[in-house]
Design a protein around this ligand. Structure first.
Ligand code: NAD
Ligand code: IPM
Ligand code: MN
Length: 362
């Protein structure tokens, strides 16, 4: 029997990116070793790190390596030292170019509240317990990429635009996930004000009617959706929305489990998937060993699932749940009186669990 073998490009990036990525890589290596497949990893700078090394947040050879990989694992990019650069030279511009070049138009951002964490949320535990939703964020269009854009001395302008085709394909992704979950899609827009949202609503409704009539579809305006997410999070199954609204709603949804440091993501659509935490480079925590590595580790679980290594993916998720249930957590999840562990200690716990439980689990 031949052993499966994967080529993974690792882009640690800036701030806490390298710290959380190191733990994600530790867990990926543990899973591969314990379950008998191979991963070959190649690390490259991206974002601010690549600006410092090559004067470009996404150097051509780095992009070329990503395009050849089986998957890309990214930490985070950005930091105050690069905030004054021209927009197109900033670390964030490198990330946006990478998403576009990979054609990773479907950004999946699952939000779950593990039982052990209902108390970590700033919201009431009985309100958030049992939350299990999936934000499907359109990632390569909308106002992030729309032309014309620019500024002069007197004003600045951006353009929100979506084509029918862009809306159709992201709607299909949302319905396909809903079919595997609880069967409900909530489409979020601002159709009471924006033409783009009117087209969005029309196209999502048509895809529903023609291709997925057995599923449930509802539409919410984004302002109401923000409130309902906090007021009644268990109502939601799959939430589909555009690039900007999805960015905002996913950080908001991080308050449900209690920390942004728990939310992973997968960006799919092209040949190569991109896997990264929802959070950024957290300059306030960088270099202190305090960052929560779970979002990066759970991004590895999403990567493994996308590669077809379902057992490994489930094992990694089980290890994260076990760690949280045992109180193995960083400061962002600790309540008064609890002792926070370091990024590395949490990563080592998860990796050890993966090694020890692999035989029990398979
Ligand atoms: P951020 O996500 O970096 O941080 C927001 C808050 O969440 C901070 O209080 C931070 O300490 C906390 N936090 C984030 N990740 C955490 C973790 N793993 N563990 C514990 N706490 C965590 O957002 P920001 O401060 O608005 O942005 C900082 C920089 O990151 C900016 O340059 C921004 O452009 C960039 N950014 C990058 C990405 C990305 O690479 N995908 C995403 C968001 C922001
Ligand atoms: C995210 C980030 C990025 C985005 C930034 C860094 C470009 O906030 O991944 O959520 O807005 O998409
Ligand atoms: Mn964001």
């Amino acid at each position: 029997m031949s052993t499966a073998s994967y080529h993974i490009v690792v882009l640690p990036g800036d701030g806490i990116g390298p710290e959380v990525t190191q733990e994600a890589v530790r867990v990926l290596e543990a899973a591969a070793e314990a379950l008998g497949f191979q991963v070959h990893m190649e690390t490259h700078p991206v974002g601010g790190a690549a600006i410092e090394a090559f004067g470009d947040p996404l150097p051509e050879p780095v992009l070329a390596a990503c395009l050849k990989a089986d998957a890309v694992l990214l930490g985070a990019v950005g930091g105050p030292q690069w905030d004054n650069l021209d927009r197109s030279q900033r670390p964030e511009a490198g990330l946006l170019r990478l998403r576009k070049a990979l054609e990773a138009y479907a950004n999946l951002r699952p939000v779950e509240v593990p039982e052990a964490l209902a108390n970590a949320s700033p919201l009431r535990p009985e309100l958030v317990a049992g939350t299990n939703l999936l934000i499907v964020r359109e990632l390569t269009g909308g106002i992030y990429f729309g032309e014309p854009r620019g500024r002069n001395g007197q004003m600045a302008w951006n353009t929100m635009r979506y084509t029918r085709e862009e809306i159709e394909r992201i709607a299909r992704v949302a319905f396909q996930w809903a079919a595997r979950r609880r069967g409900r899609v909530t489409s979020v827009d601002k159709a009471n004000v924006l033409e783009v949202s009117q087209l969005w609503r029309e196209v999502v409704s048509r895809v529903h009617r023609e291709e997925f009539p057995e599923l449930e579809l509802e539409h919410l305006y984004v302002d109401n959706a923000a409130m309902q997410l906090v007021r009644n999070p268990r109502h939601f199954d799959v939430v589909v929305t555009g690039n900007l609204f999805g960015d905002i709603l996913s950080d908001l949804a991080a308050t449900l489990p209690g920390s942004l440091g728990l939310l992973p993501s997968a960006s799919l659509g092209g040949r190569v998937g991109l896997f990264e935490p929802v959070h950024g480079s957290a300059p306030d925590l960088a270099g202190q060993g305090k960052a929560n590595p779970m979002a990066a580790i759970l991004s590895v679980a999403m990567l493994l699932e996308a590669l077809g290594q379902d057992v490994a993916a489930r094992l990694v998720r089980r290890a994260v749940d076990a760690a949280l249930a045992e109180g193995v957590k960083t400061a962002d999840l600790c309540r008064a009186g609890e002792t926070p562990l370091s990024t590395e200690a949490v990563g080592r716990y998860v990796a050890n669990f993966v090694r020890q439980q692999a035989t029990v689990f398979t």
